[in-house]
Design a protein around this ligand. Structure first.
Ligand code: FES
Length: 132
């Protein structure tokens, strides 16, 4: 469990589970999820590209669905499960979607976005198969 605080009069309490770790935070309500991850929690695998919702470099999974974290205020997802690129790897082993791209430095920025989107799509497919 991590505690972080911002000492402003309008700070809001937020509780998030990020990559399986619980975080209780006091945040400025205007803090985007992207800035929370990168600047408060040092999870820099999620990239800031356009910061306008157009490039997808900031994609994270929120309760298994993909979102652009640059367009999302962290306080909107109190109690949610967030998965970043760091969270796709389990116990130090790369996620199957990460292995082929691990050696490619040129596409590392875009590939992390593709991996999170692919992981979300794969999970939805798995869920759909269970339903049908
Ligand atoms: S940084 Fe480009 S969509 Fe979020």
């Amino acid at each position: 469990m991590t505690s972080a605080s911002l000492t402003t009069p309008e700070a809001v309490s937020v509780s998030l589970t990020i990559n399986g770790a619980h975080h209780a935070l006091m945040l400025d309500p205007r803090t985007t999820l992207l800035d929370l991850l990168r600047e408060h929690l040092d999870l820099t695998g999620t990239k800031k590209g356009c910061d306008q919702g157009q490039c997808g470099a900031c994609t994270v999974l929120i309760d298994g669905r993909r979102f652009n974290s640059c367009l999302t205020f962290a306080v909107m997802y109190d109690g949610a499960q967030i998965t970043t690129i760091e969270g796709l790897a389990a116990k130090g082993a790369l996620h199957p979607l990460q292995r082929p791209r691990a050696r490619c430095i040129r596409c590392s920025r875009r590939s992390s976005t593709m991996m999170r989107s692919s992981a979300a799509t794969a999970r939805r497919g798995k869920f759909a198969r269970r339903q049908g």
